[in-house]
Design a protein around this ligand. Structure first.
Ligand code: SF4
Ligand code: SF4
Length: 73
């Protein structure tokens, strides 16, 4: 069975540098209008567009992304 990868965003640690926004091949990431507790606008992930490639996880300097693998039922 194929594994489904789910990406989650820990917005508290995002500094809004947008490295991930530029690097995402699916334009699944965008900087949101709201700010986190540190005062930075943080990225918002569109799960519909995300293919779980992990590029955002690699480029983010602040460990905002977590990628989880789930077995399909
Ligand atoms: S895992 Fe890939 S497709 Fe999904 S948000 Fe990150 S860079 Fe974009
Ligand atoms: S690369 Fe990391 S810190 Fe920079 S905008 Fe993306 S999630 Fe935020």
């Amino acid at each position: 069975m194929a594994k489904k990868k789910t990406v989650t965003v820990d917005a508290v640690h995002c500094k809004g540098c947008q490295y991930c926004v530029d690097a995402c091949p699916k334009q699944a990431l965008a900087l949101g209008q709201e700010t986190n507790t540190a005062g930075y606008n943080y990225v918002v992930l569109d799960q519909e567009k995300c293919i779980g490639c992990g590029t955002c996880y690699i480029v983010c300097p602040d460990y905002v992304f977590t990628i989880m693998e789930e077995e399909d039922a």
